[in-house]
Design a protein around this ligand. Structure first.
Ligand code: NDP
Length: 484
């Protein structure tokens, strides 16, 4: 069986424990490869290699670092089909989605930060007749990157690329549930000539490898994407050590639909914003609020459209809904569907596990599910489910929907549908989320700040925010005797 290896000090090596974790293909419900069960000792070796590599990498001219990162981008592009198939097998997502979204975005992440670093400049503050202040922005040193399973290579590279571009050395851990494309990336980094120790990828469990990254004294900053509770665990270790932290956490995003919206466009996008990647995207809108006068029309057309979504083998081209990432996650989602019914919800469509035939007969599939009749404060409407489950609720006034939209502990993203420009700006300013999409969803400009408020996270990634996070600003104040 294919054994994944750690990438430490430029080499692909086995974990020191020599033990492995089963890696499942969700669509088939069976083990298809083995993942290193690494521990603190592997992290120590990785940090040692990174510390050794840092003095050279950190002073390598930005143009040189950029060239290597662009080479990695072009190798990802060259291997797009192979990586997309691997992502689909590992995660359960339709291969068409991996080909059109996940892997192209991994290419873009490297391209974006490889070029951004060439244009990155620091500030100067002039005190007319007294002094010049200028800011030095040096790489931090060795940094940690921990990423989740839902958009594996997409989010892994979103963290690694800016960290490397800024001149840091990186210790990275993909989710042990979806490690394959991170492993394939390590092969591409070797091919691209990335110097040994600059990037180290250590596979294994969060409570061992992730925890060791959080606790290692030589890792000075951590970028993490994942669940809110895990973010709090990492912060409880890293914050007292005064590490820099960027935490991108969970969400329970509202999708607010006013009656004056462009209906057809809204409906098509709402299908995507509800069920793309089986609803396993932190940015999916899982609470749909519809203005009362549009409610019945929306409900009929939406449910009709959801029922037609093609659930199937992720490797088939026409599949729109693939498998849920793990048995445990499938059970969690099903338990929320049960809870919704206990809380008085009515299932309008879906609600069940799907038993497939053929090679997917043991796979983990759930019907896309739409629920109505729940209060906005119930658990189903306030806790993150992270699956193909949405609720629909009606509203009368703008004030009412703003209050309902803001009533969870989360604040990641929101979606707003209206043709009234004034209202769009007014509501956007009052929704407490880090990202607001008006008449669109997942339209991403990588220069913009990305991240959530409240329990959805701390800090922003993307564009210059990421490069600022991965550098340490130092102010130098030079007194000028005779003025400028
Ligand atoms: P988890 O928080 O379970 O895991 C994320 C990563 O952290 C994994 O690599 C995991 O390893 C690791 N980890 C787990 N425990 C620890 C620990 N104690 N110390 C350090 N690392 C640890 O999230 P999921 O993988 O389940 O991802 C889904 C979550 O991610 C959802 O809540 C979703 O909203 C959020 N998310 C947020 C995004 C955002 O941009 N805000 C984007 C995408 C997802 P292991 O796999 O071994 O457990």
């Amino acid at each position: 069986m294919n054994k994944i290896k750690n990438y430490i000090n430029g080499e692909l090596i086995s974990p020191l424990s020599d033990s492995y974790i089963d890696n499942y293909e969700p669509a088939a419900g069976k083990v298809y490869s083995l993942i290193p069960d690494s521990d603190e000792r592997d992290i120590n070796c990785a940090v040692e290699a990174a510390v050794k590599a840092f003095p050279v990498w950190s002073v390598t001219p930005a143009e040189e670092r950029s060239k290597i990162l662009l080479k990695i981008a072009s190798l990802i592009q060259k291997n797009l089909d192979k990586l997309a198939i691997a992502e689909s097998i590992d995660n359960g997502k339709p291969v068409s989605l991996a080909k059109s979204v996940d892997i192209p975005r991994a290419v873009k992440n490297f391209e974006f930060f490889a070029t951004a670093i060439i244009h990155f400049a620091s500030e100067a503050h002039i005190m007319e007749d007294k002094a010049i202040n200028y800011t030095l922005r040096n790489p931090i040193g060795v940094v940690g990157a921990i990423s989740p399973w839902n958009l594996p290579l997409y989010l892994f590279t979103w963290k690694i690329a800016p960290a490397l571009a800024a001149g840091n050395c990186v210790i990275a851990k993909p989710s042990e549930i979806t490690p394959m494309t991170a492993y394939l990336l390590s092969e591409l980094c070797i091919e691209a000539g990335l110097p040994a120790g600059v990037l180290n990828i250590v596979h294994g469990y969060g409570h061992k490898v992730g925890k060791a990254i959080s606790a290692h004294p030589d890792i000075k900053a951590i970028t993490f994407t994942g669940g809110t509770k895990t973010g709090a665990d990492i912060a409880s270790i890293a914050a007292p050590m005064f590490k820099k932290l960027s935490l991108e956490l969970g969400g329970k995003n509202p999708n607010i639909i006013f009656a004056d919206c462009r209906f057809d466009e809204m409906l098509e996008t709402t299908i995507r914003s509800s069920f793309s990647n089986q609803g396993e995207i932190c940015l999916c809108g899982s609470r749909i609020f519809i203005e009362k006068t549009l409610y019945d029309r929306f409900k009929n057309d939406f449910v009709d459209r959801v029922k037609k979504l093609e659930i199937g083998d992720p490797n088939k081209p026409g599949t729109e809904q693939g498998a849920i990432v793990s048995k445990q996650h499938m059970e969690k989602i099903l338990s929320y569907i049960e809870l919704a019914q206990e809380e008085g919800g009515k299932i309008l469509c879906g609600g069940n596990r799907v038993n497939m035939d053929g090679r997917c007969k043991n796979g983990w599939f759930i019907e896309p599910t739409v629920i109505e009749g729940l209060t906005h404060t119930c658990r189903t409407n306030t806790e993150e489910i992270f699956g193909p489950v949405v609720t629909i609720q009606s509203f009368d006034t703008e004030e009412e929907v703003i209050e309902k939209a803001n009533c969870t502990e989360y604040g990641l993203a929101s979606i707003l549908w209206t043709e009234n420009l004034t209202r769009a700006h007014r509501v956007s300013a009052q929704i407490k989320t880090g990202i607001v999409w008006v008449n669109c969803w997942m339209l991403r400009d990588l220069r913009t700040p990305f991240g959530g408020m409240n329990s959805s996270g701390v800090g922003r990634e993307g564009g210059l925010e990421a490069l600022r996070f991965f550098t340490e600003p130092r102010n130098v104040c030079v007194k000028i005797e005779d003025g400028l």
